[in-house]
Design a protein around this ligand. Structure first.
Ligand SMILES: NC(=O)c1ccc[n+]([C@@H]2O[C@H](COP(=O)([O-])OP(=O)(O)OC[C@H]3O[C@@H](n4cnc5c(N)ncnc54)[C@H](OP(=O)(O)O)[C@@H]3O)[C@@H](O)[C@H]2O)c1
Length: 212
């Protein structure tokens, strides 16, 4: 069975997750950062796309946890663009790199999963569950990655913190970028909760049609 997928991100009051330069912007409040730290520690793995690694160079670790207790870090990187110096490869937690089948790039990490011609998300998730027992994944971004999970019908929970700032810019990334949905039907979500966290609000949704 594939892992449970929870997508979590932070966006500005005008629906952007970073600026037009794609550099990180502080959107979360202290209260939200504490929530994310606690949330991360409850998941088997944290997943991002290579765009986020290149733009933000995140550690994706939880303060106070060691190599064995930190969640596994997973990077979707079809063509092997993650530099060896990236913080996700700092050895503070296990890291799994996911590339397309033809990519021959090597890294010093726990595991490299080479998928088909294009990354087959369903197949990769099932392999991660079978090979290393990953039962739950927190997907943290960016917009292309989150969009690909929604398009594949793989999101079980979506939480978004809406912070008190406007970022603007028609080219600023949003929580779900990519090509959009044919016919404009989108993915219908049911609101499951809302919580004020300092100068912003956390919204939690689940798909109207839960996984079969
Ligand atoms: N506010 C927040 O919560 C938050 C969180 C994370 C990131 N961000 C922001 O988001 C921006 C980065 O987002 P992004 O959309 O540019 O990049 P991204 O989603 O991090 O990475 C996108 C890239 O990852 C690969 N990828 C992702 N999903 C794939 C799939 N299903 N199949 C195959 N390849 C896949 C592709 O690599 P290739 O291009 O090599 O094909 C794709 O172009 C940055 O500005 C960052 O600051 C914000």
């Amino acid at each position: 069975m594939r892992p449970f997928i929870h997508v979590n991100c932070a966006m500005s009051a005008d629906g952007k997750i970073a600026g037009t330069d794609r550099k990180q912007v502080k959107i979360s409040t202290e209260e939200d950062m504490l929530r994310v730290r606690e949330l991360r520690s409850r998941y088997d793995a944290i997943l991002v796309g290579v765009g986020t690694v290149v733009s933000d160079d995140p550690h994706l670790t939880v303060k106070g946890l060691d190599y064995d207790t930190n969640p596994i870090r997973i990077v979707l990187d079809p063509d092997g663009r993650t530099p060896d110096s990236a913080r996700v490869l700092d050895g503070l937690a296990p890291t799994v790199m996911v590339t397309r089948g033809g990519c021959t790039r090597e890294w010093d990490c726990e595991e490299i999963v080479r998928s088909g011609d294009a990354i087959d998300l369903n197949g990769v998730l099932e392999q991660l569950a079978e090979d290393i027992g990953i039962e739950s994944i927190l997907v943290e971004g960016g917009g292309e990655t989150i969009s690909s999970f929604f398009r594949a019908g793989l999101v079980d929970r979506y939480s978004v913190f809406v912070g008190g700032l406007v970022i603007g810019g028609r080219d600023s990334p949003t929580p779900a970028d990519g090509d959009g949905w044919i016919g404009g039907t989108g993915v219908r979500l049911a609101l499951k909760g809302s919580e004020v966290l300092g100068n912003g609000v956390l919204l939690t949704f689940e798909p109207e049609r839960p996984r079969p």
